[in-house]
Design a protein around this ligand. Structure first.
Ligand SMILES: *Cc1c(COP(=O)(O)O)cnc(C)c1O
Length: 429
């Protein structure tokens, strides 16, 4: 028998440490607040960590711009330009050119605006095509837009064949002469399936429809390439991989050559050609500014910029490359340690079709999730019916954390920690 020294194979903690030492983005972790070094935070796909710089920016805006300068801040601090300025920075992360992305409102609200604008731009067409991997709020919004426009309007929800992969073929079949919009989440919130954006957009266009993408689970983690892919409309949130903070405002994209034709259905004064003339009738501002509605939430918008700056500094290609390395690594660990304990892979196996989280299923998924949070100091999140989502945020997630999280996922099952948690007695968070 040969003696095995400290285990140094590809499935060892030592190897994870080596991957971290070789990681070109490793230094970015120090730019975030890490309050508890033992806590493995794998929920950056729901709420990104706090960048250290954000606390300073928010402090400055509160103390100096608001506290000292009061109403003068609107002019001196360029508060009214924030939505475009930070929007353009987000645009660089998603392949948009300047003037195509603004920060405003929530994702759901922005979606409502662009869906109605898109439908009204194609009045002879009455159908929206989407899929059942989409975020439920998106489906609610698509339906309510149709309801408002009249009874001929409807949403066709194409079912995924397996709950993991997008129904690419069936969507193509559904795109017809009545379709005004193809509206999809680029990265699916449960399985992390990523659509081929240029391909699906081209299919929509060849049916005469517009393509609308929700980038909430893509922005800051996945290469999107809106302009190159000829996308028409997009929305997304800033509190996930962009690290903008709880409830930070969302963004909205309208392709340059559509901006003159599409109309914002919620015509508030900040989207007016000259808001401070207080005219009694509405004239839309030129370009994307016409998609603004009300007074911007300055504190919330200011909190978005430092997280976006970190991603720009790291380079979105580098971020995506690390995300793929890390999710591949996690899948290797799943095969070795977790599959034998009953965990199933509920995300695409192909890295190119997978975003930055991995969903694992387990019959005891809910109890495992509670045990991880309450006893094992891992924060994943949970999506019905049995998905444990493990979010990888390449700017701060380490390979060692992924390795250790997998060990704790083992502990939860081997020691039957899940038994303590009574699903009926607790609210799912
Ligand atoms: C997170 C998320 C949203 C969030 O919408 P809000 O209006 O910002 O609450 C919307 N769509 C998708 C696909 C999401 O993942």
């Amino acid at each position: 028998m040969t003696m095995v020294g400290p285990f140094t194979g590809p499935l060892s903690a030592e190897h994870a440490g080596q991957l971290d030492r070789d990681d070109p983005l490793a230094a970015f972790r120090q730019r975030f607040v890490i309050d508890d070094p033992d806590l493995i935070y794998l929920d950056g796909n729901s709420l990104g960590r706090l960048p250290k710089a954000t606390a300073e920016v928010v402090q400055r805006v509160v103390d100096r711009e608001w506290g000292q300068r009061l109403i003068r801040g609107w002019n001196e601090s360029w508060w009214l330009k924030l939505q475009q300025r930070i929007g353009d920075k987000i645009g660089r992360l998603i392949g948009a050119s300047a003037g195509e992305t603004i920060v405003a409102d929530s994702t759901s609200l922005n979606l409502f605006k662009v869906v109605l604008a898109g439908l009204q731009a194609k009045p002879e067409r009455k159908k929206i095509v989407t899929d059942d991997l989409n975020f439920p709020s998106d489906l609610y919004i698509l339906n309510s837009a149709c309801r408002l426009l009249g009874s001929q309007y409807h949403v066709e929800v194409i079912p995924s064949p397996d709950g993991v992969h997008g129904p690419v073929e069936a969507i193509q079949d559904a795109l017809d002469g009545d379709t005004a919009l193809l509206a999809l989440s680029h990265t699916a919130f449960k399985s992390a399936y990523v659509y081929d954006l240029p391909f699906m957009t081209e299919r929509a266009h060849s049916a005469g429809a517009l393509a609308l993408w929700d980038l909430s689970h893509s922005a800051g983690a996945v290469l999107v390439g809106l302009d190159d892919g000829q996308a028409d409309l997009a929305v997304g949130c800033s509190y996930k991989y962009l690290n903008g903070g709880p409830g930070s405002l969302a963004f909205l994209y309208v392709r340059h050559n559509l901006q003159a034709d599409l109309q914002n259905p919620i015509t508030g004064w900040i989207g007016h050609q000259s808001p401070f003339d207080f005219e009694l009738s509405y004239r839309a501002a030129d370009g994307l500014a016409g998609f603004l509605t009300g007074t911007p939430a300055v504190l919330s918008i200011a909190s978005i910029e430092p997280g976006v700056d970190l991603l720009l500094e790291a380079g979105i290609e580098e971020v995506r490359a690390k995300s793929m390395r890390q999710s591949e690594y996690l899948i290797r660990l799943w095969e070795a340690f977790l599959a034998p304990l009953g965990y199933t892979l509920n995300s695409p196996a192909a890295a190119a079709r997978r975003g930055s989280h991995i969903s694992l299923g387990h019959p005891q998924g809910w109890g495992i999730d509670r045990a991880l949070i309450e006893e094992l100091n891992v924060i994943p999140d949970f999506r019905q019916p049995d998905n444990i989502r493990l979010g990888i945020a390449p700017l701060y997630t380490t390979f060692s954390e992924i390795f250790e999280a997998v060990q704790r996922l083992c502990t939860a099952v081997v020691e039957k920690r899940y038994l303590k948690y009574d699903r009926a007695a607790e609210e799912v968070t």
